[in-house]
Design a protein around this ligand. Structure first.
Ligand SMILES: CC(=O)SCCNC(=O)CCNC(=O)[C@H](O)C(C)(C)COP(=O)(O)OP(=O)(O)OC[C@H]1O[C@@H](n2cnc3c(N)ncnc32)[C@H](O)[C@@H]1OP(=O)(O)O
Ligand SMILES: CC(=O)C(=O)O
Ligand SMILES: [Mg+2]
Length: 359
């Protein structure tokens, strides 16, 4: 757990730094869309993506060539300064970045460049390969010093990628390490390597990880159904519990098979059902999938609203469509109703869809 005493937990870590938030806002972040700020073709597309995706993330870490690290950092500064509606208190699309890892030769310059130049536009800084609370404490103090020096009035939030075995083992202390902690993402590629898992895929299942039906009538050579299992179920469930415990938000992560939109949708939906609020998008075509999957369906909202209406003061048990509903199932329904309200507030087409639901 954090080494701070309860009375110090919400105190700024540098004189003049903005006060930490007491609650992490539930801003919609169904897709965190990654782009390379040193890639001119991607950069060209950023202005028209504002308003179509909840989060644009300028990536500085893995997937950016070593020779392009400085260009990516400088490109991100330019994009943040020149793109209307991107990031900051009034942004319609949030601006996040993924900095280089804390042991890399680039990370110090990432932070000391970005915070003074675009700290007022950066909503969240994603920190890769977080191993324990000590990594968050380091970033926390440095950000406070840089925020104070830059005269920022809004604290920049921090998001950790869970992509080492030690990080997974320490997930609780990572979530509780700082009031800046906004959420966690699954990092299936680095995590697989660190754990010495034998999958070479970036996210998703594996045909070899399966459960096979028992032999039919004892015939071990006959046909038997197989069901592919989810390699990431344990980690995502652990991450969801840690995030819920600390009032922060869990996200799926990358799905690298860009062409396989069906499997991407399945992975995203499993994560949505387990409690994640969003996922990463690596390619423009994954944004629409994420937006759809992480927005509750009309059927779910109709059902949830009917339960809310039937439950009156919220206590007791009622029968609805042959099923028992009570105080607990009401709370399940309120999760969906509140999510629909948050999404309707930023997405006029969803507002029209949800407003038009007849009970
Ligand atoms: C394990 C991890 O750490 S995951 C996170 C790190 N990885 C990333 O961030 C990867 C981000 N995505 C990418 O680099 C690219 O999408 C790739 C390499 C996967 C595929 O790129 P391409 O082969 O160029 O894809 P494709 O040809 O389908 O692209 C179509 C168009 O969309 C553009 N595009 C592709 N990806 C993106 C993106 N993430 N954002 C904006 N535009 C994009 C391309 O530049 C291309 O533009 P054009 O029509 O003007 O030529
Ligand atoms: C997400 C990420 O960085 C990984 O899977 O390694
Ligand atoms: Mg990684």
């Amino acid at each position: 757990m954090s080494h701070k005493s309860p009375k110090d937990f919400f105190a700024p870590l540098a004189v003049g730094a903005p006060a930490p938030l007491r609650e992490i806002p539930a801003r919609p972040s169904r897709a965190i869309h990654f782009f390379d700020p040193s890639n001119p073709k991607m950069v060209d597309k950023i202005p028209q993506m504002v308003g179509t995706v909840d989060v644009l993330l300028g990536n500085l870490e893995d997937a950016i060539k070593a020779d392009n690290k400085v260009a990516a950092r400088e490109g991100l500064v330019r994009i943040a300064q020149e793109t209307p509606g991107l990031g900051g208190a009034s942004g319609t699309t949030q601006l996040w970045t993924r900095i280089n890892s804390l042991d890399s030769p680039w990370v110090l310059d990432d932070l000391t460049t970005l915070v003074p130049a675009i700290g007022d536009r950066l909503d969240v800084i994603m920190v890769p390969k977080v191993q324990g609370a000590e990594d968050i404490h380091y970033v926390d103090r440095l950000l406070a010093q840089l925020e104070a020096k830059a005269g920022l009035t809004r604290p920049i939030l921090v998001h950790a990628i869970l992509e080492t075995a030690r990080g997974v083992a320490n997930v609780e202390e990572i979530c509780g390490a700082s009031p800046r902690m906004q959420g966690l993402s699954l990092g299936p590629a680095d995590l697989a390597a660190d754990r010495k898992m034998k999958t070479t895929r970036v996210g998703g299942g594996h045909p070899g990880y399966l459960v096979r039906e028992d032999p039919r009538d004892g015939d071990v050579t006959g046909p038997r159904a197989i069901f592919q299992q989810d390699l990431w179920h344990y980690t995502i469930a652990k991450m969801v519990d840690a995030c819920a415990t600390h009032g922060i938000y869990p996200y799926y992560g990358p799905f690298g098979d860009i062409a396989d939109v069906v499997a991407a949708e399945d992975q995203f939906r499993n994560a949505f059902l387990l409690g994640c609020v969003g996922t990463w998008s690596l390619h423009p075509k994954q944004i629409e999938i994420a937006n759809r999957v992480f927005s509750p369906s009309v059927e779910d909202i109709r059902h949830a609203r009917r339960v809310v209406a039937a439950m009156g003061d919220g206590t007791g048990a009622v029968m609805l469509d042959g099923k028992m509903e009570d105080d607990a199932s009401l709370k399940q329904c309120l999760v969906l109703v509140e999510l629909a309200e948050e999404l309707a507030a930023i997405d006029p087409s969803l507002k029209a869809l949800y407003d038009g639901i007849e009970l």
